[in-house]
Design a binder for this molecule. Structure first.
Ligand SMILES: *Cc1c(COP(=O)(O)O)cnc(C)c1O
Length: 313
């Protein structure tokens, strides 16, 4: 199996003036991982690439993983399975409603076997006994945790730094991105050159263990960089929670830049970043790379809610 490594990725200059942010002090470039692969979504490809390589090396016949009904991860896994010739099984939290939503319909069309787990089964997804049961059911499968957040996933996210350094050489100081489990943040921190740091904008609330998780994820790849931090004030009420203000922000961002942001992750991280710039959080001259982590496939499932908020204006 040949994994794609040579795609180039766009780095867009963000026009802060057009976004109503008056700051001559900082510059922002957007790393468009949302456009990296034509069919797979953003950071989830990076979290999968070394898992796919491991599956190949170990002779696994399938990859089994977990996610919600709108999961970017299951979507990317299904499409990666089709692209690289793997069977995939998606264990979906809760019911699989018919007709399927666009995420699950794509996954199914790409050949993923979808199996519904009850919410109580789903809660056991990290338990050893439950994983042993799953392994009995799919004996030749590689089981990948939710979100692709394992050592291979962290390693793959480190590759984002190489991609950036190839294109940007030394011309940046700070990377920003949205955070769910923190595995992507950890992978990036693990490979940063001295003098650079990374800031994660938490998309979930009440993640007491997130700092520890980032440390643990880094330890999985033998790293212990401390030049990272998490900004927790821009989760808008928690995972997948949105309000009119956030949706209207994403809409005006799109109009000003042509860049579309998903409400679950990137609308929050870009809202947070612009707010932090406005309040003067960055030293004059700071060169920021804001990673767009993708997630646009999931927007389709929120269309109605989004249109309601946009029309409330
Ligand atoms: C999964 C996901 C994230 C969060 O990644 P973590 O490694 O879990 O922190 C961010 N953005 C998008 C679009 C995602 O799909």
């Amino acid at each position: 199996m040949e994994l794609a490594t040579s795609f180039s990725v766009a780095l867009d200059n963000l026009d802060l003036g057009a976004l109503g942010v008056v700051s001559e002090a900082v510059s922002v470039k957007v790393l468009r991982l949302d456009q990296y692969m034509p069919d797979m979504s953003g950071n989830k490809y990076f979290k999968l690439k070394h898992n796919l390589a491991k599956a190949t090396a170990s002779g696994a016949e399938q990859i089994v993983s977990f996610g919600g009904a709108y999961s970017n991860h299951l979507h990317a896994l299904a499409l990666a399975g089709r692209r690289y010739g793997f069977k995939t099984v998606g264990l979906v939290r809760g019911e699989i409603a018919e007709p399927m939503n666009p995420t699950l319909a794509d996954a199914s069309a790409a050949g993923m076997q979808l199996v519904a787990l009850t919410r109580s089964q789903y809660r056991q997804r990290h338990d050893q006994d439950f994983l042993v049961q799953l392994q009995r059911r799919w004996p030749r499968a590689l089981i990948v945790p939710e979100g692709g957040s394992n050592a291979e996933g962290v390693l793959g996210c480190g590759d984002i730094v190489d991609l950036l350094d190839d294109q940007l050489k030394s011309d940046y100081d700070i990377i920003t991105l949205p955070c769910g489990t923190g595995a992507t943040l950890a992978g990036i921190a693990s490979r940063l050159e001295p003098g650079r740091s990374v800031i994660g904008f938490a998309a979930l609330k009440d993640q007491g263990a997130l700092d520890k998780d980032v440390i643990d994820f880094q330890a999985m790849v033998g790293a212990s960089n401390t030049r990272w931090s998490i900004e927790r004030r821009y989760h808008f009420g928690g995972y997948a929670k949105v309000n009119a203000h956030l949706i209207q922000f994403a809409e005006s961002f799109r109009k000003a830049t042509t860049i579309e942001l998903d409400p679950v992750y990137n609308a929050k991280s870009f809202y947070g970043l612009l707010s932090e710039i406005k309040r003067g959080a960055f030293a004059p001259g700071t060169r920021i790379v804001a990673i767009h982590t993708g997630g646009l496939q999931g927007v389709r499932g929120m269309r109605e809610k989004i249109d309601q908020f946009v029309s409330q204006r």
